[in-house]
Design a protein. Structure first.
Length: 191
């Protein structure tokens, strides 16, 4: 697949089949992530690949976090919400948890470490698309919950930056739309 076609046609694919994804493809996708730019070559990304029953512990953690926000966790309505959280990781056969582990170096800004992991996630999404897989990158406040960091044994300054759900697409390819380039670009050619 041509690079520019991949960039323009990649979309978030939130509905995937439950068919297993071969380990070799997952490794190829992850390797693409490791080629992202990173200031001072710190390689601050950490990836956790959840498949099969390995996804269930994440679901339990998501449910335990959700329970804390519910007024009456024992109500029937709350139980449905809790079950939904528990089942989120099961909606795709593979969940790649992307985390940042910042380097302890005075020359390295923590923002650049996050930027590197975000770039790695984009590489992962593009590689998945190029290989005919569907993926969606999910974020939100749950990523930054201490329980999630603890689940993956991240150091105190480490943090999950997102969950990439991966599988074979089971939905129609969506068309993309972006603002015209001139609406988001300013050319500066004089002082």
């Amino acid at each position: 697949m041509d690079l520019f076609d991949a960039i323009k046609t990649r979309r978030s694919i939130g509905v995937v089949q439950q068919n297993p994804v071969p380990k070799e493809l997952i490794e190829k996708i992850l390797e693409a992530g490791t080629w992202a730019p990173n200031h001072h070559r710190t390689e601050p990304w950490r990836f956790f690949v959840l498949t099969g029953d390995g996804r269930k512990k994440l679901g339990e953690t998501l449910a335990s976090i959700k329970i804390k926000s519910l007024h009456d966790p024992d109500s029937e309505e709350s139980q449905k919400v809790i079950d939904k959280e528990k089942n989120k990781p099961l909606r795709a056969p593979v969940v790649i948890v992307a985390a940042v582990q910042p380097t302890k170096n005075n020359k390295v800004f923590v923002q650049e470490e996050y930027a590197a992991v975000h770039a790695a996630c984009q590489n992962i999404l593009l590689a998945a698309h190029a290989l005919g897989l569907g993926a969606v990158w999910r974020t939100g406040d749950v990523c930054y919950a201490p329980e999630v960091s603890s689940l993956f044994n991240l150091p105190e300054d480490g943090e999950v930056v997102g969950f990439i759900y991966l599988g074979y697409p089971n939905m129609k390819q969506l068309k993309g739309k972006r603002k015209p380039l001139d609406e988001v670009t300013t050319w500066i050619d004089t002082i």
